[in-house]
Design a binder for this molecule. Structure first.
Ligand SMILES: NC(=O)C1=CN([C@@H]2O[C@H](COP(=O)(O)OP(=O)(O)OC[C@H]3O[C@@H](n4cnc5c(N)ncnc54)[C@H](O)[C@@H]3O)[C@@H](O)[C@H]2O)C=CC1
Ligand SMILES: O=C(O)CCC(=O)C(=O)O
Length: 482
């Protein structure tokens, strides 16, 4: 329990430790501060990724405030939803918000100073930029895709990256359903014509979608959600995935991409941007598609070869396409930004008929953005305040049940280290003079993360523990919470 004495002592310890604290997050001078969204409540028990029950205690959970929350700086870019701003400001953090992504030089300037950054799909966090982020503890991708962050480099620097794995999946699936109908009825073209005064009532080459075959490439969160919606509208669904996945409803997995392309009236892509998916649909694949079929891409811009798509449409191999994502996308909203300067083929693409182009809005609904804001900011707060890395995409997932208010003189150690032999022996020797209340460690590739709650630790011990851990040759980043 925080007493005035604790607070004074904490402030004294903070003064000693702050200079050498590798992450520059200062030790708390406000341990009594309450926090709302992320705190494990007394009744809150949850399972770890490995299925272990993490909390069974009925005692009130202790809010670990390792630092003065007012010192924590968060940079939010790309118009991240206001739910996130509320949660992060509710912690007392300093939040700087920008509606757009930032040019590289400005981003480098700002990232030097912050402990967490929140981005969407446009901000590229490259090694060059992350190398400057001396204080950065965590990154929040307020979206599904994490290809814009160098995940491995971030892990090597001890920076945990979180995303929102499915909060916008439904929104993307609904957009694709809309596009299937719009393409098969040429609605985009009819609308453009009427906007410019032309009445063009036609039925030639306009079709119902009932009974047509939808081929889904990538049957993950979005692909499988789409499958259910498409079947309910009378479509037959086949899918291709590198994994064997059980089909929902009567959807059937096919064993090759070519089989899917040969059989589908509509082909839609829902794969991540990885080396294997670059130009996954190019000239050879267009040749495999049925004459007069349609292509939809709401995954990532690099997944289809756009010049090959332009050729396929010009030659009427395909009857139309809907594209939501592009190899290069403007950093902000505005006129004349989708130009040949950005993508050399822009004018050619925009001049074609029955091509629906949308500005990366697959996940852009109020519902999705609000849910993503809550989910990702809560992950950031749990990581900053409690050390829990559950849900991290580049990092071992580690969590411990909460310390409780009656557990005085405890410290929570968060030790991110190189995954090499001898670490546990060294660390447990450092802990040896104290009681290890609980401990959990996991690794992922070359990075490992150890969380331990240690009891019987006074102020001087905390400082000594901290310094000894910092001096180990395996240390990547160490934080103490109490
Ligand atoms: N347009 C937009 O606004 C949005 C776009 N996205 C994009 O959609 C992508 C997919 O999202 P989710 O369905 O949530 O991902 P997911 O990870 O749940 O599913 C991806 C599926 O693709 C499969 N896959 C991977 N490589 C493959 C390959 N070479 N061939 C065939 N299948 C392969 C995986 O096994 C997995 O089943 C995201 O990575 C993101 O880039 C996501 C949300 C919004
Ligand atoms: O809405 C966004 O900013 C990005 C959506 C997206 O592509 C994703 O979630 O991966």
């Amino acid at each position: 329990m925080a007493s005035p004495q604790n607070i004074v002592n904490a402030a004294a310890l903070q003064k000693d430790i702050v200079d050498s604290f590798s992450t520059s997050v200062t030790i708390s001078s406000s341990p009594q501060q309450q926090f709302s969204y992320m705190s494990s409540s007394p009744t809150n028990s949850f399972m770890s990724p490995t299925g272990r029950r993490l909390s069974t205690s009925c005692a009130p959970a202790k809010a670990l405030k390792p630092f003065s929350t007012g010192d924590v700086k968060i940079l939010l870019l790309e118009n991240v939803n206001e739910t996130a701003i509320e949660i992060l400001k509710g912690q007392g953090y300093q939040v700087e918000f920008h509606k757009t992504s930032l040019p590289e030089d400005e981003l480098i300037e700002k990232i030097r100073d912050v402990h967490a950054i929140g981005i969407r799909s446009k901000t590229k966090l490259t090694p060059k930029i992350l190398a400057e982020a001396k204080n950065l503890v965590t990154i929040g991708c307020f979206c599904i895709g994490t290809n814009q962050v160098d995940l491995e480099y971030a892990a090597e620097k001890g920076i945990a990256v979180f995303n929102s794995p499915f909060s916008n999946s439904r929104s993307v699936a609904e957009l694709v359903i809309a596009e299937i109908i719009c393409l098969s009825r040429q609605i985009g073209d009819r609308s453009i014509e009427l906007h410019t005064g032309t009445w063009n009532k036609v039925s030639a080459r306009c079709w119902e979608i009932r009974g047509k075959t939808l081929g889904i490439i990538g049957y993950g969160h979005i692909g499988s959600q789409l499958s259910v919606l498409a079947e309910s509208m009378g479509m037959q669904v086949i899918y291709y995935d590198v994994l064997m996945i059980m089909g929902l409803g009567t959807a059937k997995q096919v064993s090759t991409l070519n089989e899917l392309l040969n059989k589908s009236d509509f082909v839609t892509l829902h794969v991540p941007e990885i080396a294997e998916t670059k130009n996954m649909i190019s000239t050879e694949q267009f040749n495999q598609m049925k004459n007069g079929s349609y292509l939809i891409n709401a995954s990532r811009g690099t997944v289809i070869d756009i010049p090959a798509l332009i050729h396929a449409r010009k030659t009427n191999k395909i009857a139309g396409a809907a594209i939501d994502v592009y190899p290069n996308e403007p950093a902000k909203n505005g006129a004349d930004l989708f130009s040949n300067e950005l993508n050399t083929w822009a004018t050619e693409l925009t001049s074609l008929s029955n091509i629906i182009l949308t500005p990366h809005i697959g996940g852009s609904t109020e519902e999705a953005q609000s849910a993503i804001g809550v989910e990702v900011s809560t992950s950031l707060v749990k990581y900053i305040n409690e050390g829990s890395s559950v849900g991290a995409v580049n990092f071992p997932e580690v969590s411990l049940r909460s310390l409780t208010l009656d557990q005085d003189n405890h410290v929570r150690v968060l030790y991110i280290h190189k995954n090499v032999p001898g670490v546990l022996r060294t660390v447990n020797e450092i802990f040896a003079q104290h009681n290890i209340d609980k401990q959990f460690s996991d690794s992922r590739g070359e990075i490992a993360y150890l969380m331990a709650d240690i009891s019987d630790v006074d102020q001087a011990d905390r400082k000594s523990l901290y310094q000894q851990l910092l001096q180990t040759p395996f240390n990547i980043s160490t934080r103490l919470l109490y």
